[in-house]
Design a protein around this ligand. Structure first.
Ligand code: RAM
Length: 401
């Protein structure tokens, strides 16, 4: 279940949030030029994002999953954002020496690597450590060994981006029975008793992507979606709101949804299949950084293909395609901030600073205070990082994640 209630009290990137909020409330196509906190990609995990290799396996234990990277507290945290309060104050009540397993969708996706880097920065500030562990394919099966590894390591918390809403629940229940707190981020799980850190309001992401594309194609023509894994909770939730929003555009017709599994090669294959199956295609929404960057790269070298592309992308990957005119506008949030917030949320939950109740509060380090939303009738507590940011030629140079 995905909860769309905002519970954020104070912003990500304090400087950009107000402008982004204004942009959001004025309509998704509004442009903002404010920088976000962005900057730091200096942790060991985040540094790998530029060349996108897997976080390499540091352990050969028999139960060790494909990619496992332990990051001790060697880096000094991001330290690049204006913020309220010191890390020491933000860490009030949080135990030292915590071990938090970050289990991303996979260890190779640069977006996930950035998010894990944010988590590492958080735990470093808090005197604990992050172990990044996952597989190389976006399946629940590839994540289960990492949950088992967290149980064996007697981790204090797991922060997971679910490749499937339901299939991870038996393993996560085992972890919870062993006293491990569970936080989902990026892509939710349906299991009980966890906190979901949503990167932005789910409905807003879905509707704004449709609005962005509609603006560019004059609200007319066949469109398709190039998604991530077919079981990905986050993409499926966004697609649900895209479909709802499309009812406002009677001349835009969704003709296909294809799944690239957040693998560049698979994304390219399904993109090419899409183009040949739908010769009249006018637009593609790719709500995944892997899908949109793959499609943008393809379109930038196939200028004869006149298909408008938008979706969710990393500014660092998309910059060349904005510059060469392949893409006009796309959206995202700061993945490093997402991981950082999840790291603080997990550490505070594992320390008993708050419980999973409506209105409960914790401090997200330099990002400031956050409040849980658990409305009556809802099954899970949610915190929202902040609004999505639209990137285009006017502001792309200001972002480096
Ligand atoms: C991809 C992943 C991730 C999603 C981003 C937008 O990197 O699918 O889960 O949040 O895109």
């Amino acid at each position: 279940m995905v909860n769309n209630h905002h519970s954020r009290k104070k912003g990500v990137a304090v400087a950009s949030t107000l402008l982004a909020l204004i942009a959001a409330s004025c309509g998704s196509s509004a442009k903002t030029a404010a920088p976000t906190t962005a900057a730091a990609t200096t942790t060991a995990a985040a540094a790998a994002a530029t060349t996108a290799p897997a976080a390499t396996t540091a352990s050969a234990a028999t139960t060790a999953p494909a990619g496992t990277t332990a990051s001790a507290g060697t880096t000094a945290g991001a330290g690049t954002t204006a913020s309220g309060g010191t890390a020491a104050a933000a860490g009030a009540g949080i135990k030292k020496g915590l071990t938090v397993y970050f289990i991303p969708k996979d260890t190779q996706n640069p977006y996930e690597v950035l998010a894990d880097g944010g988590g590492t920065a958080a735990l470093t500030e808090l005197g604990g450590k992050v172990v990044v562990s996952s597989g190389t394919e976006d399946t629940a099966a590839a994540q289960i060994p990492s949950i088992q590894a967290a149980i064996q390591a007697k981790a204090d918390a797991i922060v997971i981006a679910g490749n499937d809403p339901d299939a991870l629940c038996p393993s996560l229940a085992q972890a919870q029975a062993a006293g491990i707190k569970v936080v989902a981020f990026d892509s939710d799980v349906s299991c009980p008793d966890h906190l979901f850190i949503n990167q932005a309001n789910t409905e807003q992401i879905g509707t704004s992507e449709v609005d962005l594309l509609a603006k560019e194609i004059n609200s007319t023509g066949e469109i398709a979606i190039l998604s991530a894994a077919a079981t990905a909770t986050n993409q499926n939730a966004w697609i649900g709101f895209m479909k709802q929003q499309l009812s406002k555009y009677p001349n835009m017709k969704l003709v296909d949804t294809v799944y690239g599994n957040d693998d560049p090669a698979t994304s390219l294959t399904v993109l090419q299949g899409l183009l040949s199956a739908h010769p009249n295609l006018k637009g593609i929404i790719s709500p995944t950084t892997v899908g949109i960057s793959t499609a943008a790269q393809y379109f930038s070298t196939h200028k004869d293909v006149k298909v408008t592309l938008t979706g969710l992308g990393l500014p660092s990957q998309m910059k060349p395609y904005i510059k060469d005119g392949t893409v006009t506008a796309f959206e995202l949030w700061n993945p490093k901030d997402l991981g950082y917030l999840a790291g603080y949320a997990a550490a505070a939950l594992a320390s008993g600073v708050y419980t999973l109740t409506d209105g409960a509060k914790f401090t997200g380090g330099k990002l400031g205070p956050y409040t849980l939303s658990l409305p009556a009738g809802s099954k899970e507590a949610t915190v929202v990082l902040g609004p999505p940011q639209v990137f285009d030629a006017s502001n792309i140079d200001q972002f480096n994640f």
